[in-house]
Ligand binder design. Structure first.
Ligand code: DP6
Length: 329
């Protein structure tokens, strides 16, 4: 009753911001992301005769809210498998946790795949995506490979709201994301609390929702056609629209720092010179820069020269979440 899984993070080209059902984690809008090779979480789950559920992250014991969320997720799996054994869970991230790098996505995808297997369940990719979604909405997009659309769904039970592949990693192997780390440390406002406050208070929120379906159509088709300009322009604008709803939330949610803004200006200037890339930010100050493989060396060099950029990480279209043999304990 022990299994280990690896799941990659994902970075959204069309963002998810807001839930219509906070218990089932059903979104107000569809979203679309790239699964990012190299930014991953590895998780081992063992069900056994333990006294309590325990969790370690990067070797440190975790308690409180984070442990509670993991226990809640284990309870879902125990319910599905009809078992009541406690679990030992160990997890490791290959990147800074909770700095707006979507560790909850890779985290809950890896936990779902490992826990389902350890509990003896045999779930397909859609079922694993639905299970992952219950832990963190964006985790529904970290189960599959390449480019994934999280379908908004219409059903009350959420069975039609899961991550569906738009294109495999091999379809567009030249697509790259450069993650520019502009700050380390925990983010100030977690996505979950932030999005619920946005729905309650931002006058921009409805406008955001109204424009997402058209953005999704453009980016989905742009990926199929490998039309980099179309995908980049629409994704950049979509991310900015999400941030407009954040900034206009009461109290305001401003995730950017001065380096975030310096990078946005630089990318626009470089684009005017003919060096094409686009930016997007999530619930944190890091900037994710989309580009094509041929431009990575020049962009990476220039990004690293911007004061405040601490590190850059290159990601390409990644593999699906998978079971591995080497356990963490
Ligand atoms: C800004 O999936 O972390 O990264 O569903 O409450 O766990 P919960 O939120 P989460 O939100 C991610 C929001 C985002 C945009 C995105 O990845 O689509």
């Amino acid at each position: 009753m022990k299994a280990t899984a690896i799941a990659n993070a994902n970075i959204a080209l069309i963002k998810y911001w807001g839930k219509r059902d906070a218990d089932l984690m059903l979104p107000n809008n569809g979203s679309l992301s790239m699964t990012v090779d190299g930014l991953h979480t590895k998780t081992t789950v063992e069900f056994g005769d333990f006294e309590a559920d325990t969790l370690t992250m990067n070797g440190e014991s975790v308690e409180g809210k984070e442990l509670d969320q993991v226990i809640k997720h284990l309870d879902l799996v125990r319910g599905m498998a009809n078992i009541n054994k406690k679990a030992k869970v160990a997890s490791e991230n290959s990147f800074p946790t909770a700095a707006g790098l979507a560790s909850s996505a890779s985290g809950f995808a890896a936990l779902s795949v490992a826990a389902a297997k350890a509990a003896g369940l045999d779930l397909d990719e859609k079922q694993l995506s639905i299970l992952s979604r219950r832990g963190s909405g964006s985790a529904s997009r970290s189960v599959g490979a390449g480019f994934i659309e999280w379908l908004k769904g219409e059903q009350a039970d959420g069975d039609d709201s899961y991550g569906k592949q738009v294109a495999t990693p091999d379809h567009w192997p030249a697509f790259r994301m450069i993650v520019a780390i502009t700050a380390t440390g925990e983010k100030k406002i977690k996505s979950r609390a932030g999005m619920s406050q946005t729905i309650k208070t931002s006058p921009m929120y409805q406008g955001w929702l109204d424009t997402v379906p058209a953005d999704l159509d453009v980016v989905r088709q742009g990926i199929r056609d490998k039309d980099f300009t179309k995908v980049g322009e629409t994704a950049e604008r979509n991310g900015l629209k999400m941030h407009a709803t954040m900034i206009t939330t009461i109290p305001t949610i401003l995730y950017w720092n001065p380096t975030t803004i310096a990078i946005m200006h630089a990318i626009q200037d470089w684009r005017d010179e003919g060096l094409e890339s686009y930016f997007t930010m999530d619930a944190g100050p890091q900037v994710k820069v989309f580009c094509l493989e041929k431009d990575v060396p020049e962009l990476q060099k220039r990004l690293q020269e911007i004061p405040g950029v601490r590190e850059t990480i290159i990601g390409k279209p990644g593999q699906a979440a998978r079971l591995v043999e080497e356990h963490l304990f």
